[in-house]
Each structure stands twice: as structure tokens, then as C-alpha cells.
Ligand binder design. Sequence first.
Ligand SMILES: *[C@@H]1O[C@H](CO)[C@@H](O)[C@H](O)[C@H]1NC(C)=O
Length: 474
Amino acid sequence: MCGILALISGNVECDNAAVDLHEALYALQHRGQDACGIATSNTSGRIYSCKGKGLASKVFRDGAIIPELPGFMGLGHLRYPTAGTSSNAESQPFYVSSNLLDTEKLKEYLDFEAHRHINTDSDSEIMLQVFASQLLQTNKRRVDEEDLFTGLENMYKITVGGFAFCGMVAGFAIFGARDPHGIRPLVIGSRLNQDGKGLDYMLASESVALDQFGFTEIKDIEPGQAVIIPKGGSPIFRQVHPQLSYTPDIFEFCYFSSPNSIMDGISVYESRQGMGLKLANTIRETLGQDSRFVPIPDSGIVPALSVAEALDTPYRHVFSRNRYIFRTFIMPNQEKRRRGVQSKLNPLRSEFKGKNVLLVDDTIVRGTTSLQVCNMAREAGAKKVYFAISSPPVTHPHIYGIDLATLTELIAYKRDRKAIAASINADDVVFLTLEDLEAACAELSPRPQQSFEVGVFCDWPPPENFLDKSIDIW
Ligand SMILES: *[C@@H]1O[C@H](CO)[C@@H](O)[C@H](O)[C@H]1NC(C)=O
């Protein structure tokens, strides 16, 4: 999944692109906690970079590294663990300098593997190599915008799947592009340069990273569209591949993105409210109204508030959360995960004793967290424990880059509602239907008949295009 950023300052003399890139990494940290990096460049094309495993605060030593990354332009990256690669793969950014490429060999490889699927970090590197080899074919020492667009067009011809990426040609331009279906997100924004020298431009996975640093005029890169922002210039947009559909990944809305982001014109926060409202209907039909609402912080709060409002019943915030412990499922094994949940959430016992509670969360993936909180609620004295989820059962691994779980680890794998409830020690469990989830997002879309990539939620057998892979790269 990953988080990506690119920034170019209107003031080419400024040396502090890394300052904003570094801070923006924190705004997107939820998109990847596995590894991160920043690369910057000055006007002579000299590249500076720092990357490593772990959270941004660790890799950049709380910002102490930033002065060692001068330059007016740069890239930032946050990596989400993808299957099999988290331990030893190189952190991004990758870079190539032209003389490192064996273009002929690469072309052979790509011809052989034509229309390859993008599914690992090394694929990101291959895409970069393809792109660079396309640029080299121009036989120029200095590339211009046209060369970049041509390189991108040719790269699109041999890649399949969902991707979004940012890149820079050191000292010359930053650029970004999005797959022809618009599965992975990418936005661009601008702000007045603080030294009064033109405009700064930033590309990011989510608008929250732009908004927070004073960037306005935020717009989505369209499916199949690329943008180049040359030094001292304005963005140049080009459709480098025909738009095949406009189907953003619905997982961004119900789970992955920051609620503060607006993606493809849809407010993530409002979509989650809508999911809660629709979930309330399902709850009314299946469970009645005899329970109090307890969200699982933080992910369950927005839908739970909407559920409580729609059912006109009190909402209770009685699980306190330790905010210094990160998402549990990034921990490598099940036992650690279990302990992670326990130290993260703490029930307010007096609020559970003798009550029927309805716990609300945004998703169940493996069910580890859900089982733990159900047990906690029971131990705290709850009479009945119901669980409501503001998304459908996750029936497939996420193929577009989130290493959620393997197929058989998924709680919804070959389990019906009753079996899921039993395996998380709940009296009953209620899911939002896929139809409702899609409607909650589509209702807010500026495009009529908005549809979404819904791979993780679809029924068996998987749809034909299921094997398409993707990753955010640069
Ligand atoms: C860019 O960095 C290199 C290496 O530090 C330096 O030699 C060069 O003068 C710098 N260029 C500018 C324009 O500051």
C-alpha cells in the first residue's frame, strides 16, 4: 500500500524540502510503518538520501538527520510490509543513474515478461528501470518533459495492475502518475512559497499530507494520468494511458486512509459516517436495540457514533486506548499480536457490568483483536457481547499491496456469520453489506455511477482480474 510524497519548492535556492517531507511522513505514517526514506536533490542534481527500517521518528532520529538532506526538491516514502519482503528488501527510494543500466538485457527480460504484474518491491525497482531505459533511448544527456512523458507512456504499455508513484529527475523535475484504473490514490496541491518565490508543489498519497502544510488547490491525479512539475515551472498534466475505469480501492475508505483525507472527491470521514448509518439499519433488523455502543478505538469511533445516532441509543467510549502502541497486526507473530492488543486497550469495568454491549469496529481481518476485545468485555462483566463491523467480511487477501493476512488466516475464510461470531467469542456479529459499503462511498462521489475496486470483499470465485497486483512505487 505505502505512502508516497514528492515536493518541489518554488524557490530553487531553498535547501529545506526535506523539512516538509519529513513532517508529511508523519501525516501518512498510518500508510506504512515498516520502512521509510527521503531523497532530496539540489539544482546541480546532487542526490542526498536517508532510508531505513522502522517508523519515521526512528529512521530520521526525530529530525536530527534532516539537515543532512539539503535541496529544493525531494521524495518521501513509507513502506507497508508486503508479503515476504519485509525483512530484507531494500527500502525506497530506489535510484538509477544512467550508466548502471544494461538496457538490452532489461528489454529482453521485459519482452519475455511482457505485461508483467506489479507485486513486489523489486517490481517497483523494475518499473523504475523500465522507465529509465525508456528515457535512455532518447539518447540525450539531459531529458526534457517530452522525454519523461514518452518514458511513462512506454512504461505503462508493459505494466498491469494498480499503482501510484512519484519520482524525480534530480535537479530538474518531480513527477507522479496513477494506474489506468485509479486503484491507488495520488493527489497534487500547491501553496505560495514562503520566500515569496512562486509556488511550491507537493504530490502525496492522501490529501491530509497536503492540507496540513498549507497546500491548497488539491486535486486527484486521474487514472492513467501523469504530471510533471519542472524546476521553476507549473504542473504539466498528460494522459499517458487511456483511462480504463475510475475504480479507487474501497479499502482506503473503510479502513486504510486517514479520516481527514478526501480521496477522489469523497470525504473519508463522511463515507465512514454513511457506513455507520447503513450499519445501523442492519443492526436494527438483526439485533434489535437492546445494547450500548462501544467502539474499538480509534477505528470504530466514527461508525459507532453514526450507529448510535441513527438508533437513538447512547454511545459509550469505555475502552481506553494507549496511544503509544501501534497497530497490532504489523507485529510479526500471533503471540506478540495478542499481547499487543491487551496492552493497547483497557475496559472501564463499571460500564460493562451486567450490560449488553455492542462493540463496533471498521473491519475484522484475522479476528485477533476482535476476540481479545470480546473477551475483555466479558471479563469486565458484560452480559451479552455483540459485534458490528462497518465493512463486509474480508474474504480475500489484499492483492493491491497490504499484507493483511494469508487466505486461511482470514476470519471470514469459509466461515459464515455464526461461525465468525463463535470464533471471536461474540453472541452475534453483524456486517455491513458490500452493497451498502459501496453506496456509502458512491453517494459522496462527484462522478455518477461511481464504482470501486472491492477485491478483498468479493465472493468466491474471485473475479477474472483478481490476479492483478499493485504497489505504490517511485
Ligand atoms: C549541490 O551539491 C553539491 C555537493 O554538495 C555541490 O558541489 C554543489 O555546489 C551543489 N549545487 C548547488 C547549486 O548548490
